[in-house]
Every structure is written in C-alpha cells, then in structure tokens.
Ligand binder design. Structure first.
Ligand SMILES: [Zn+2]
Ligand SMILES: [Zn+2]
Length: 922
C-alpha cells in the first residue's frame, strides 16, 4: 500500500505575506509617547558590504526574540536598526570593481570616488536589510539609520570637537600598523597575528675599523636592513664587550652605524646581536628613541621601497642600489638576499616560526610605518567605563567576559583614529597654509603631507577664515575616521543626539546589547566609554554575549573549507522559523554552536507537527462550533475536566512559568526546549491522542472539554512560541477560535500569564503513572517484536487501591494508546508464564506472549544476537585495557570507543532482560 504523503506546512507560502502585513500595520514601530516601560535594543549595524551569514542570523534571531517577547508583555519596545559604512571594507569592494574596469580610485579623484561608493551603497548596500526581513526581524524600519547619514554626521562632528576641546585628541607622529594594500593606518586590534613559517637569516656586519671582523645579526626580514640605524647587544654579554661603542658598516649600503648596548636584547635569540630598524619595527622604535637613533621609513606607503634609505649613501652605492627603488618589499627581500650572498655577507639561514601581523580587512602583511596620525587619549575615557562595569551599571552576561573586558581596559593604549582612505567621516580639522607654511608639504595628486608640528583648527563647520591670521585659504585634513568611531556613538546617535530628543529621554540607556564576543573591544567597550563621555550614562544596562556558529565538527565556517551553511538557502528550503528555532535551541551560554542540516530538518518537522495538530483540530471544529467554543473559553471557564484535562492545563501553567523565566535569564535554548518538549510530546503525542479517543468514542461526560482545551492549550503555547517562531505561530493562531479576539495579531497579543488555580500537581503525578503503564506496554511490544497491529492482553499488578481505581478510570485510554483488548488490574494478579514484564512507579505490567510470537525461535534469535554483542564487547574491552592504545590513539578516538563500550553494555543488558522474559526465568 502506498502511503499518501501528508500535506506539510509550507513556510514559503506564508512567511513573506505575514511579514508584509506586520510592516503594513506598523506593528514594529516604537513611539516614545506610548505607554509601557521602555525596552530598547540597538542592532549591531551590519556592514553595507555584508550579506546575511549564520552569525547575523543567530544574533538577530536573539534580538528579535527579546523584542517580540517584551512587546507582547506590553513594554514600549524599540528595536533600532541600521547599517555601518564600514570604511576600509567598503572602499575595498568598490576599488575591486574599479580594478575590473581597469581604473583606480586615484585616477578618479576623491570626490568622484566617494560619489561612486554612495551610488554603490544605494544599489547594493541595503541587501542585508532585505535579508533581515526574511529572517523575520521586527525592527522599527522607519528609524533605519546609517553611520554616515546626515544625523550621524552631526553626532560624529560634535563628539570630535568635544574630545578636542577637552584635550582628549591629539595629532602625533607615531609608528603605526600600516596596511600597504589599503594604504592606511590600522588600530592595534585591526591587526590579526598569525603564526607563519619563515626563516631566520644570519647577516655579517663588518667593523668599520677591521673589516675582517664583525658582528652577525639574525633577522626574519632581511630587506629592512637597508633602514638599520644601529646594532644592539646585551650590555652583560661577554661575547660583545669589545664591540660596544664601535661602528659597523651596513652591508650593501655602506653607511656606518653604532653598536649599542641595551638590556632589551635577548642573549639567547639568534646570534645575540640585534639589528635595529626604528622605522619598521615597534620594539626597535622604542630602543631607537632611548638611544637617540635616526628613524628611516623607507617601505612606504604602498609597501614599495622609497629612496629614504639612501640618504647618507655614497654616489657609488646610490647608483648601485637604484634598481631596488620602487620595488615591492618582498621583491627587495629577494634582491637583498642575492646581493648579500654574492658579496659574502649572508652567513646562515634556519627555518623559523614567528607571528606575522596581517590587515584584518585584506590579510596583507602589516608594515610598521612612522607617520602623523590622530589619537584619542583612552585612559581618561577608560577609567569611568571600568567603574561602570565594576559597579554593575553595565552587566556583562555571561560574567566570564567581564574578565576580558577589565584586562583590555586596564591595559588600554591610545586609539589611532585616522585612516588614510576616502570613504568615511572626513576629519573636521583644517590647516592654514600661511600660518603653517613649513609644515604642509604638497605631494602628488593634489594631496599634501601635513607634518605633526602643524596647528589644526578643529571646528563643527568649515571655518570662514583662519582664527590666527584671517587667511581664507584653508585645507581640510584629508584623513577619515576609523569606522568604529561612528559605531561607538551608535546607541545615542541613532536616538537623535546631539539634539535633545524625546527618543533619547525615553529609550536611553537602552536595555540590552546582543553581540558576539569578537567585537567586545572593537565596539562594546568603546560604546561604553563614549556613552559615559557624551551622555553621562552607560549606553545599555546589559550586554548579552553569544557564541559563534560553527559546523557540525566544531570548525569555523569558511568559504575555503566549503562548510558554510547559508541562512538564505536554509530559509528558502525550510523556512525562517525552522532556522530560528534551530539556532535558539543550540545557543547555550559560553559554548559554540555546532550547526548541521539535520538539526534544521528536525525543527522543520516540528513545524509540520504543529501544523498537523492544527489540521486535526480543524477537522473537529466546524464553523458553527466556533461561537460555542469561544463562549466556553470565556464564560464557562474552566470547563468540566477529566484527569488528562487537569494534567495538560497544569503542565501549561508550568510551561508559561518556565519559558518566561528562561527568557528573563537569557537562557534561550531552555525556552526553545521547554516549548518543543511540551508541544511535540505532551500536547501532540499524548493530549491530542487522548482527546481523539474521547471524540471518536462520543464521550458524553465532557462533550466539549476536549475540543475547547485542544484549542485553548495550543493558542497559549503559540503565544509562548511566537518570539522564537513568528511565522507559523501567526499562521495557526489566526485560524484558531480564541478568547483574545481583540488582538489582530499574535505578535501584539498579550504574553500568557500562569493561572495558579489551574496548577494541579496531583493530576500531573497521577497522569504520569498512567503514561508510565502505557509506555511500559509499548516498550514490551517493541522489545519482544510483537507486530504493531496485534491486540494484546495486559495485566497490571498494583500495590495500592488508589492505583487500581486510577487505572480503571482510564482503561479506555490504555486500550487505544497501547492497543490492548483485555486489561486486568488488581492487587492479587499473578504473572502468567512467558510474559513481557515492565515495572513502573511500583506497578508491574505483564503482557502474555503466547500466541503473539514464536517464543522458541525468538529466544534463539535473541540468544544469537546476545553472543554477537558479547564478542564485540570483549573486543572493545580488550582495546580499552590496552595501555599502548590509550597512550597513542587521539583523544576523540578513545572517547568514541568508550561510547561504543557503553552502548554495547546497554544493548547486552536489554537482550539479557529480553531473553529472560522469553525463557520465563523467574
Ligand atoms: Zn589591508
Ligand atoms: Zn593662518
């Protein structure tokens, strides 16, 4: 017989319509004048270059759950959306497009290039917003902000000027992390350090006085020797006592440089002599400062070699080395190595693993570069931000992250905020060429280098004239601000600051920030500092930090590994609800999420389960029943009930309590699993089946109760499930007759409140005993392989009178749910020969097997299987007692073998029990 495929729930057919409907009805909009206590969340603004990945899907599902839940609770709820201009990342995208057209931004010029980026932003930069809508995000889209729109520009200007006026900004020449591909400075945390396989090269530097003798230095970057200004040794190193104070001749270049002594040098590293390149190494820069060494910055700004290293070179060296100039630093490395080798200066080479800093946007190796930049003095800003977390004005959840926060904040360094790119907030500082003539050096393509000695004029608007000399020709600083500068203002800039708005008054500080831990410093810490500085209060009361989404093996999802699960593809195939529920169920605090397609399929099946429950109801509630049911829900509440009714209503009250409590404590996965267990198992597997029996039996004792409660329990559970699965809950809820008629949508229906008068622990306990007996009979059926359609006889030996009457009152349930024709219940029942036996809650359940199965051949089969399992178990036991195996096998192989052992033991026990039933051993 071909089974007809049940008609499943079709998310694709309902999700877009519901979303459009909610938006049309303005349900997402927050009005500061609305009643209810304010509850506000600002979205971590996705980059305009982005498209929705699993991290976004998780992050925004959690924010939506909180927002929808608090909205149903009656709070005045705002979920503030927006996007980030993502300076370097976006500039890179558009530059790549230009490259494909055979152009560069320099050919276009700044103004045209920025116009082109805006154009791109209008066309593609909002893709992610549409994708968030597909996910079901109930953001207040009317308020959608952008970190570079007009109001946000006002906020950025205001903060910059205030920081300047308060002495918290300065411009200075510092060695900074420089990306030669992006051609911009990077903040320390924008550099990703990676272990890399490289080499340590040994180079001999001859003494000026005696070229036959010299020092050997070791370096991973031989090309930087061109910019060396000293060699350093440890002052107490006996090998170099004679060398200190002498001069060595820099190979190839011929420049004389001193040998200096510094405690910083490690005697154990390399040869004990360290070449010092203050222009291209952070540690060398510090040493150079203490010894007054010159700084030669020669690989700049695109990573090619400039002439700076030839400053003191002879004409001969100058012409010999001219072929280096203009070449990329890695080409120069090869040329330098070849020349050193040929001239006998290269005396050794060994493999060497070292940490290499790369640009977090383009992975290019970072080059330290001495250049004038803008910095924010962080210590004075960090101090109140540390106190705010210490004193609990901001709570970080889980609390383990507070430790990381404090560690970073206590060791905070000044923040380099200027970037030498074009896409971003241009720094509101101007320079006067007549006052600062010597400090402004014209450079190529109408740009100019502004020396650190210059005196900036910082202002909210372009100044009419120089306040010092009245000159009208002013240059604006060409740099733009680090993209995180504007995101640091996000919680108040989105609410209209610097204007004093009603929104700020009502919604600031916001309630909670939901974010992944990887931007705790980039973003969260800086928002706390800027909030305290500009608003005098923290930007949010709580920070909930969630884990990352990984593949089933715990690996990071990446395109190169090919293990990426695309949320849009999942939504297309399984629906947004299935995706949201999966992510919610998996997000346990502190642990990474291992996402697999099977999991998502499981929650798609959950949708179908709910849908089928609704379909059953719809078959048994006709249009003309509806009024009667609504009357019962309102006036005759609660209806006359039997044990199963009292049980499910009591469990429902507990569910309301446990889901609410889980959400209050950010235990999202608990909320999802309580709902899943209740709806799938208690409601669909038990209650619905029990009511089915009553409906088909035409039970007259409570003709309406089953129908009324099936609807009532589902309606309440749907409201509890709505924040996690907004679409299917709306679809089914709209179709149910219900007492909360006045709400036009489940998303603004009231959050359920538990009715303590319906909590009935006695009914729950009694129902559990009944379910135990029915489960016991079902277990015997499957273990002893009784055909599923065979009718059984069941005998239950009870200890107490109470159990006897309990089971007798639910005989009809037992008959139908365990497929039992004849039930005998009593205190004096004897176990028949050849019976399946189960003990549950002190009651013994017997199922006589004679006539149902061929006992002798079944016993043989089980015996054979038992032997097989024992053989396998012996093999595993031997393996796990082999110390050699335990010592050598990888940990996960051993774990797997242990799990195997445990499983085999359990199977053996089950088969032994089974065999003893068949052989009737007592
Ligand atoms: Zn880069
Ligand atoms: Zn001037």
């Amino acid at each position: 017989m071909v089974e007809k495929k049940p008609q499943g729930y079709d998310p694709g057919a309902v999700e877009p319509d519901w979303y459009a409907g909610w938006e049309r009805e303005n349900f997402f909009h927050a009005d500061p004048d609305s009643p209810g206590s304010p509850y506000a969340i600002v979205i971590p603004p996705p980059n305009i270059t982005g498209s929705l990945h699993m991290g976004h899907a998780l992050n925004n599902t959690l924010q939506d759950i909180l927002t929808r839940w608090r909205r149903m609770l009656g709070d005045n709820t705002l979920w503030m959306p927006g996007t980030d201009h993502a300076g370097i990342a976006t500039q890179n995208v558009v530059e790549r497009q230009l490259l494909a057209e055979g152009r560069t931004r320099h050919q276009m010029g700044r103004e045209a290039f920025v116009a082109r980026v805006w154009q791109w932003r209008e066309q593609s930069g909002r893709t992610i917003v549409d994708q968030l809508k597909k996910l079901g995000a109930s953001c207040d889209w009317v308020r959608e902000a952008f970190t570079m729109d007009e109001p946000r520009q006002q906020a950025v200007l205001e903060v910059f000027v205030r920081l300047w006026e308060d002495g918290l900004l300065y411009r200075a020449e510092r060695l900074v992390n420089w990306c030669p591909r992006c051609e911009t400075a990077l903040a320390d945390i924008e550099v990703v350090h990676e272990e890399t396989e490289g080499h340590l090269w040994h180079i001999r530097y001859p003494f000026a006085t005696d070229p036959t003798d010299g020092l050997v230095v070791a370096t991973t970057r031989p090309e930087t020797m061109l910019a060396d200004t000293a060699v350093a040794v440890h002052p107490d190193d006996p090998r170099f006592t004679k060398a200190i104070g002498q001069q060595v001749v820099l190979p190839l270049v011929g420049r004389r440089i001193p040998v200096i002594a510094d405690h910083y040098v490690s005697r154990e590293f390399g040869t004990g002599a360290l070449k010092i390149t203050p222009g291209h190494d952070f540690n060398d820069f510090e040493i150079g400062k203490q010894h007054g060494l010159a700084v030669i910055a020669t690989f700049i700004p695109d990573g090619t070699l400039r002439e700076a290293f030839l400053a003191d070179a002879s004409d001969e060296a100058r012409s010999r080395l001219a072929r280096y100039v203009g070449r990329d630093r890695f080409d120069v490395r090869q040329m330098v190595l070849e020349d050193l080798g040929r001239e006998g200066f290269l005396v050794g080479k060994e493999p060497y693993r070292h940490a290499l800093g790369r640009c977090y946007r383009c992975q290019t190796a970072v080059e330290p570069y001495l250049t004038p930049q803008w910095f924010v003095r962080m210590k004075p800003l960090a101090e109140p931000a540390i106190r705010a977390v210490e004193e609990g004005q901001v709570r970080i959840i889980p609390a383990q992250w507070e430790k990381n926060y404090f560690e970073w904040m206590h060791n905070i360094k000044d923040w380099c905020i200027s970037r030498q790119i074009w896409w971003g907030h241009q720094i509101p500082a101007w320079y006067c060429p007549s006052c600062d003539a010597g400090n402004i050096v014209p450079a190529a393509e109408a740009a100019y280098t502004i020396l650190p000695e210059v005196q900036p004029i910082v202002a909210r608007d372009r100044p009419e004239a120089c306040p010092r000399c009245g000159g009208q020709e002013l240059y604006q600083d060409p740099d733009v601000l680090d993209t995180w500068f504007s995101s640091a203002l996000w919680p108040f800039s989105t609410l209209g600051w610097p204007a004093q708005t009603k929104e700020l008054e009502v919604f600031y500080p916001t309630t909670v920030l939901v974010t992944a831990f990887d931007i705790l410093f980039f973003w969260v810490a800086r928002m706390i500092m800027m909030g305290l500085k500009c608003m005098g209060d923290v930007p949010f009361r709580q920070v909930y930090i969630h884990a990352l989404v990984r593949d089933p093996e715990g690996q990071k999802m990446s395109k190169s590994k090919g293990n990426v699960i695309d949320p849009l593809d999942v939504i297309e195939r399984y629906g947004a609800d299935a995706l949201r529920c999966t992510l919610t169920a998996l997000v346990a605090a502190g642990r990474d999420i291992r996402l697999s397609e099977e999991r998502i399929e499981g929650y798609r099946n959950f949708c179908n389960k709910i849908w089928n429950a609704y379909r059953f109801i719809s078959l048994h509630v006709t249009e003309k029943d509806k009024d009667k049911i609504i009357a019962a829900l309102q006036a005759e509440w609660p209806p006359p009930m039997d044990l199963a009714d009292r049980w499910i209503l009591s469990r429902l009250q507990e569910l309301i309590g446990s889901v609410t409590e889980a959400l209050e404590n950010y235990r999202f996965s608990d909320a999802a699993s309580h709902l899943y267990q209740f709806l799938w198992h208690e409601y669909c597997d038990w209650y619905l089946e029990l009511v089915k029996i009553r409906l088909t039996n035409g039970d007259e004792r409570a003709p309406w109760t089953g129908r009324v409660l099936l609807i009532h329990v589902l309606e309440v559970a749907l409201r509890l499930l709505h924040p996690i699965m907004p679409f299917i809950t709306e679809e089914v809820w709209q179709r149910l007759p219900r007492s909360t008629r006045d709400a036009p949508s489940v998303m603004i229906a009231p959050w359920p409140a538990a009715d303590s008068s319906l909590v009935n622990p006695e009914a729950v306990q009694r129902m559990e005993r009944v379910m135990g007996v029915i489960r016991g009979i079902r277990n015997i059926r499957s273990e002893v392989r009784i055909p599923p359609n065979a009718w059984l006889t069941a005998l239950v030996k009870v200890e107490a009178e109470e159990d006897e009457s309990l089971l007798k009152s639910v005989e009809a349930y037992m008959r139908h749910l365990a497929r039992v024709r004849d039930v005998r219940i009593g205190q004096t029942i004897e176990k028949p020969r050849h019976s399946g036996v189960v003990v549950t809650s002190g009651m013994e359940v017997y199922v006589p097997l004679e006539g149902l199965i061929d006992i002798a051949s079944e016993a043989q089969r089980v015996d054979r299987e038992l032997h097989k399992v024992e053989r396998e178990l012996n093999r595993v036991n031997r393996k796990l007692s082999n110390t050699d195996f335990l010592a050598r096998a990888p940990a996960d192989v051993v774990t797997k073998e242990r799990e195997n052992q445990q499983g085999l033991r359990e199977t053996r026990e089950k088969l032994q029990r089974h065999l003893s039933m068949l052989r009737d051993e007592r």
